[in-house]
Ligand binder design. Structure first.
Ligand code: NAD
Ligand code: UFG
Length: 338
């Protein structure tokens, strides 16, 4: 039997590329649609090495309806995993129109063509950013939704659009996944996260300090009401996240419905705990200084992942040490292979 083809928008990106590997391992054939605005075309060759076969790939934009129609004409796709989008919180405040255009209008274009072609299975990349500042951990899917920046609002808007689409067609099967803090990389060191410019996120900053690109880490605040004063997050290995997508896809194949699920570990780690775990896993010293809090950061945020466990039979299995070791393994290779 031919493997099922899954359209993976944004499949060349950080989470998308790892999900392509997990899909291939589970017997699916990913078809990547990516405009490479935040990824490199060389990832396709590296994916071919990891998957055994090159992934199908179309270069283009999710806002291009004609292109998506052509894809659905040319390939028989039953399901879509929709990662493509812009994800930098700070940038979204400066360029809200761009964020609403790509994240919301782009999603609408994709959903309209899916409807025309009768494609009813969809996994959507949402974010813990939809919970906003008033979040009290652990976050349940029913926790208050109050995004505090255009990025988070763009994700919530798409979640709401999907609710309306499900009510329009109750034979459809839609899973909205809210990710917490993905870090780590494939253990091969062939794919990982490649932030452009100065990293906004903690783990890429740590690995760049470790490799000597940056002098020291600035820790944003040590006066939070947490175990050591630094902010707490739910870090999850990107391969656990990728496997969560395969489980979600299998759920869409079993039954119709609309689900919203947190993908996190259920455990919080402080900034200092992550730094210590990285030092222990890699033997590298991470110099740091404590600076002022970063605007918009909450003290603590971690998931209640029990709904995903119950509905998908999925749970994160990789520990903080593995996340740190795999992030470092990727950082060491990244400058040579991308
Ligand atoms: P990424 O930037 O690495 O991947 C996104 C991919 O989409 C990139 O390859 C980019 O080139 C592509 N893309 C962007 N705009 C496009 C467009 N208009 N048309 C076609 N392709 C386009 O990001 P990621 O970390 O892999 O995140 C994937 C998804 O998960 C995003 O929707 C993001 O908002 C969401 N998410 C990420 C995180 C995180 O911390 N990484 C957390 C929560 C949610
Ligand atoms: N931090 C530092 N120094 C840095 C970078 C980060 O101390 O150089 C701290 C932050 O203040 C925060 C923690 O490390 O307390 C984690 O910060 P990240 O930027 O890595 O992650 P966030 O939790 O702020 O946000 C991430 C994504 C969002 C997503 C959210 C989901 O960037 O897009 O996770 O919870 F919405």
């Amino acid at each position: 039997m031919n493997p099922k083809i899954i359209l993976v928008t944004g499949g060349a990106g950080y989470i998308g590329s790892h999900t392509c590997v997990a899909l291939a391992q589970a017997g699916y054939r990913p078809l990547i649609l990516d405009n490479f605005s935040n990824s490199k075309t060389s990832v396709i060759d590296r994916l071919a090495t990891l998957m055994g076969d090159p992934p199908l790939c179309v270069e283009g934009d999710i806002r291009d309806a004609a292109l998506i129609k052509k894809i659905f004409h040319d390939y028989c796709c039953e399901s879509v995993i929709h990662f493509a989008g812009l994800k930098a919180v700070g940038e979204s405040v400066k360029q809200p129109l761009q964020y609403y255009d790509v994240n919301v209008a782009g999603s609408l274009t994709l959903f309209a063509v899916m409807k025309d072609f009768g494609i009813k299975h969809l996994i959507f990349s949402s974010s813990a950013a939809v919970y906003g500042e008033e979040k009290e951990p652990p976050l349940h899917e029913e926790s208050l939704l109050h995004p505090v920046n255009p990025y988070g609002r763009s994700k919530l808007m798409v979640e709401e659009i999907l609710e309306d689409l499900y009510h329009m067609d109750s034979h459809s099967s839609i899973v909205r996944l809210r990710y917490f803090n993905p870090i780590g990389a494939h253990p091969s060191g062939l794919i990982g996260e490649t932030p452009s410019g100065v990293p906004n996120n903690l783990m890429p900053y740590i690995t760049q300090v470790a490799v000597g690109i940056r002098k020291k880490l600035s820790i944003f605040g040590n006066d939070y009401p947490t175990v050591d004063g630094t902010a707490v997050r739910d870090y999850i290995h990107v391969m656990d996240l990728a496997e969560g997508h395969v489980a979600a896809l299998q759920k869409t194949e079993r039954s119709s419905g609309l689900s919203t699920l947190n993908l996190g570990t259920g455990r919080g780690s402080s900034v200092l705990e992550l730094v210590e775990a990285f030092e222990a896993a890699t033997g590298k010293n991470i110099p740091y200084e404590i600076v002022a809090r970063r605007a918009g950061d909450v003290a603590a945020c971690w998931a209640d992942p029990s709904a995903a466990q119950k509905q998908l039979g999925w749970g994160a299995t990789r520990d903080l040490r593995t996340m740190c070791a795999d992030s470092w393994n990727w950082q060491l290779r990244a400058s040579f292979i991308i």
